[in-house]
Design a protein around this ligand. Structure first.
Ligand code: THU
Length: 158
């Protein structure tokens, strides 16, 4: 019998100025994408921006529905758009930003489990790591691969 540990490391930045220019561009695209959110029920606006291996940036925002489960998160809106429009491109990085009552959340908003699972799928599809940039108003977190926010990714189906 043995107790094992899973260690996760990630980078915390204090502000956007500390990001590389590519990450800053993606973070700004996620912030801008929040304006496309349709959130009459939660008033919680999320924007996501995916950078593809082609260099293109594809964005999405959460879309709510009066039948709640019919709505979709920003991350999946962006990834499904990218997957449909550019099926041969790898999704290299996804940036996420959220705001409530018009103010960007100070702490980074962390993606829900379903969005993490979809990230895992596209990372597996490309065979290349997808990094995740969580943009908060007071701090920014960067994870270098989906495994770091979804440990023990399901891959038993061969
Ligand atoms: N939401 C996202 O867009 N992404 C997440 O990762 C978590 C939650 C949305 C769904 C819903 O429109 C609102 O935020 C409140 O849950």
């Amino acid at each position: 019998m043995k107790t094992r540990e899973i260690n996760i490391s990630y980078t915390e930045y204090e502000n956007m100025d500390q990001l590389s220019s590519a990450d800053r561009e993606l973070a700004e695209a996620a912030i801008k994408a929040m304006s496309g959110a349709y959130t009459p029920y939660s008033h919680f606006n999320v924007g996501a921006a995916v950078r593809l291996s082609t260099g293109e940036i594809v964005t999405g925002a959460n879309q709510e529905n009066i039948a709640f489960p019919s709505g979709l998160c920003a991350e999946r809106t962006a990834m499904f758009h990218a997957g449909a429009a550019r099926p041969d491109a790898a999704m290299e990085e996804i940036a996420i930003a959220a705001s409530q009552n018009g103010r960007i959340c100070a702490s980074p908003a962390t993606p829900c489990g379903a969005c993490r699972q979809v990230m895992a799928e596209y990372q597996g599809k490309s065979g290349r790591p997808m990094s995740i940039l969580l943009v908060g108003g007071e701090k920014i977190w960067k994870f270098s691969r989906v495994d770091d926010i979804l440990p023990l990714i399901f891959d038993s189906l061969k």
